[in-house]
Design a protein. Structure first.
Length: 324
C-alpha cells in the first residue's frame, strides 16, 4: 500500500509536541517500509521511524491531529521531501499500528481475532489523539474478555489469542497504564484462577520475548490480598447455600441431602479453596440431592452469584462497578 522512500537527514528544528530528544534527532531516522505514501502531505516521526501520510486523513480521524497540524502549518518549520515534519513522542511500533489501521480496514478488521500487542498499540495512540472509532473498537476486544456486567461475563468471548502465559498480567498492566478500570475486576479474578502465588510474586517468563512479565509491586499485593477477599466473599455469597441445608423446606431425605451439601462443600473448599464464585450451577452438585434441595440450592446459588459480582471490585480494592 506504500512505497519506501530514502532516509532523510535529521532536521535541525523539527516541529514537535514535546522537547526534542537529541539522541533520536541525531541518529538518522529511516522511512517506514509500510506507511510511506508518495503522495502524502505530511511526515510524522516516532522514535527513529518516519511515516509519510496525509494531513487531511489525520485531521479527519483525530481532532488532536487537526489542531496540531493547523498550528504547525502556520508556523512553517522543517520539512522532509517538501512535507512538514512532525516529531511525536510515541513508540514507532504503536504509531505504525494505528496508521496501518487508519489506512487499511483489513489490517484491523474487528471481525477477526487480534494480537494483544495490536490492541495495546491502538488503545495507547487512539486514546492520546482521540481517534474515537479505533479506540472503541479496540476496547471492545478487552471488554469482551474482561466484561463489566455479569450478563456479559456469561457470554464472554475471547478474541485476543494469548500466546504467552502472562496474558492477564499484560492486560492488568495495560489497564493501569491507560486508566481502564472497567476491565480490572475480571482480569484480577482470572489471575487468581490461572496463577499461583509464586507466579504472581515472581512473574512469568515470556519465552518469545526473553523477558519476565510481571505485575507492579502494588498490583502483586492487590492480587495476593484479593485471594483471601475472593474466598471470603464467595463463602458469603455464591456458596452461602452450602451451609444452609437446614433452611430447606420439604426435603425428602434429610440425611442424604445434608451429606450431599457437605460433600459439595468439601469439593469447593478442600484441599484449597477454588476460585469458582462465578461458575454457573454444576449439575454434579445436585446429583445426590432431592428435588426440593436442588431447587433451593440453585436459587440461592444464582442470587449469591449476582451478589458476588457486585462485590468483585472491592475484593481487589477497586471502585464499585458504577464508578468504573
Ligand atoms: Zn433434600
Amino acid at each position: 500500500m506504500a512505497s519506501s522512500g530514502s532516509s532523510e537527514r535529521a532536521p535541525k528544528r523539527p516541529r514537535t509536541d514535546e522537547p526534542v530528544d537529541e539522541h533520536l534527532a541525531n541518529s538518522g531516522p529511516t522511512n517506514s517500509s509500510t506507511v510511506w505514501f508518495d503522495d502524502g502531505s505530511i511526515v510524522l516521526q516516532a522514535e527513529n521511524t518516519r511515516f509519510r501520510v496525509h494531513r487531511t486523513v489525520m485531521a479527519l480521524n483525530s481532532p488532536i491531529f487537526e489542531d496540531m497540524l493547523n498550528i504547525g502549518q502556520s508556523r512553517g518549520e522543517e520539512s522532509v521531501e517538501d512535507c512538514p515534519l512532525v516529531v511525536l513522542h510515541d513508540s514507532a511500533k504503536d504509531l505504525e499500528t494505528v496508521l496501518r489501521a487508519l489506512y487499511d480496514r483489513r489490517y484491523f478488521d474487528d471481525d477477526k481475532d487480534q494480537p494483544f500487542d495490536t490492541i495495546a498499540s491502538i488503545l495507547r495512540v487512539s486514546k492520546k489523539y482521540d481517534i474515537q472509532h479505533l479506540y472503541e473498537k479496540a476496547l471492545e476486544y478487552l471488554t469482551a474478555e474482561f466484561p463489566g456486567t455479569l450478563d456479559d461475563w456469561d457470554s464472554r468471548s475471547i478474541r485476543i489469542p494469548s500466546f504467552n502465559n502472562g496474558h492477564y498480567f499484560d492486560v492488568i498492566n495495560l489497564a493501569r497504564e491507560l486508566t481502564l478500570p472497567i476491565i480490572l475486576p475480571a482480569a484480577f479474578y482470572l489471575c487468581l484462577q490461572r496463577y499461583s502465588c509464586e507466579q504472581i510474586l515472581g512473574g512469568i517468563p515470556n519465552r518469545t520475548a526473553g523477558e519476565v512479565i510481571r505485575l507492579s509491586p502494588s498490583d502483586q499485593k492487590v492480587a495476593i490480598v484479593g485471594m483471601r477477599q475472593v474466598v471470603c466473599a464467595s463463602a458469603a455469597t455464591t456458596f452461602e447455600w452450602l451451609g444452609q441445608h437446614h433452611e430447606v423446606e420439604g426435603c425428602s431425605n434429610r440425611i442424604a441431602c445434608a451429606d450431599a451439601f457437605h460433600m459439595t462443600s468439601h469439593s469447593i473448599w478442600k484441599p484449597f479453596p477454588s476460585y469458582a464464585a462465578l461458575c454457573i450451577w454444576d449439575v454434579e452438585w445436585g446429583k445426590d440431592m432431592c428435588k426440593k434441595c436442588v431447587a433451593f440450592a440453585k436459587r440461592r446459588h444464582s442470587k449469591g452469584r449476582e451478589f458476588f459480582w457486585t462485590r468483585l471490585p472491592e475484593c481487589f480494592d477497586l471502585p464499585p462497578w458504577a464508578d468504573s
